[in-house]
Design a protein around this ligand. Structure first.
Ligand SMILES: [Mn+2]
Length: 319
């Protein structure tokens, strides 16, 4: 499949590169890594995401090129649309199908749908950035530039939680080492991601931590972020990235949950697991999806209703 996608790139001219909305570090970085590399190959490329770039990733080369709205003129059709890190097309935008002659799905989500003409999913890869690295390696003449290397390194760091999560493997370190040889500065990138927070984000975190709940068995921990919390602190959903790691870090906790209010009457639920429970499977029960250790779903209801439904369901599974 890698070689097929390489040939597609070699033979086509106009590309769109997209990833899932409400983008995390891997979504943004893999978009920019592939987008920048295609530009370096002399291709015409549009970098797309339905949502804005989270501030912490705005340092990435090409971040300023990301657009949330496509030119609506009918002529604006792309030869190839890459949809990265998205288990479902609707997570990136259903309308992309009409705008692209060929869709390519590159992903590492277990339950990634076959919505595309080219389907390349490796659920063992620690990040979508890893797959972009492998793809670019397949071009004999391509040499990784520092901008592309910087994006790829950021993918690795963000999807492995700075090389801490269970998906961190030998390949992750091998790629990281190669990227360092190309001039990537790990401390600088980490400082951008983890030490460039705005004060208001910590106030939001404070409110969220105030909602911490631990189940009686001590194995399920959750925190919540409501629209009221975000209004009070002048923040948005993009500022909750990483919050779920706090309930996850409690001794004995196997499943961590983050409930975040989306549109009125809906809550997005983030799931993290230490591996005993497959949370992709849990999330699928509620119309969501993801990985065995990290997944998400959106549910209708009040915070109490959604929380009871999810925690009740998980309690049954683990008991
Ligand atoms: Mn990812």
């Amino acid at each position: 499949m890698i070689a097929k996608i390489r040939k597609l790139i070699e033979n086509k001219r106009r590309f769109l590169v997209a990833a899932h909305m409400n983008p995390d570090g891997d979504a943004i970085s893999s978009t920019l890594a592939l987008g920048n590399a295609l530009r370096e190959m002399g291709k015409e490329v549009v970098f797309f995401n339905g949502d804005p770039v989270p501030q912490v990733y705005s340092f990435l080369p090409g971040a300023e090129l990301l657009t949330s709205s496509l030119d609506q003129s009918a002529e604006e059709i792309y030869d190839v649309g890459f949809v990265l890190d998205s288990g479902e097309l609707r997570r990136a935008g259903e309308h992309l199908r009409d705008r692209c002659r060929i869709l390519v799905n590159i992903d590492h989500h277990v339950d990634s749908e076959r919505f595309s003409d080219y389907f390349w999913v490796d659920e063992k890869a620690s990040s979508t950035g890893t797959l972009i690295y492998r793809l670019l390696k397949n071009f004999t003449g391509y040499r990784f530039s520092l901008p592309v290397a910087t994006c790829l390194y950021t993918s690795l760091v963000s999807d492995t939680g700075s090389f801490r999560f269970a998906n961190t493997d030998k390949e992750t370190f091998q790629i990281a080492a190669e990227l360092l040889e190309l001039g990537v500065n790990p401390a600088e990138i980490s400082a951008h991601i983890y030490e460039d927070r705005e004060e208001r984000v910590l106030h939001l975190l404070g409110l969220a931590l105030g909602t911490l709940k631990l189940s009686e068995c001590g194995r399920i921990a959750s925190i919540s972020v409501t629209n009221a919390h975000m209004e009070a602190t002048g923040t948005g959903p993009e500022h909750t990235d990483g919050f779920i790691n706090y309930p996850r870090s409690i001794r004995g906790v196997e499943i961590a949950l983050l409930f975040r209010e989306a549109e009125p009457g809906f809550f997005k639920v983030g799931f993290r697991s230490n591996g005993n429970v497959d949370v992709a499977f849990v999330a699928q029960n509620f119309g969501g999806g993801g990985h065995a250790r990290a997944a998400g779903a959106t549910l209708r209801g009040t915070l109490d209703e959604v929380r009871e439904k999810i925690i009740g369901h998980i309690s049954q599974i683990i008991s």
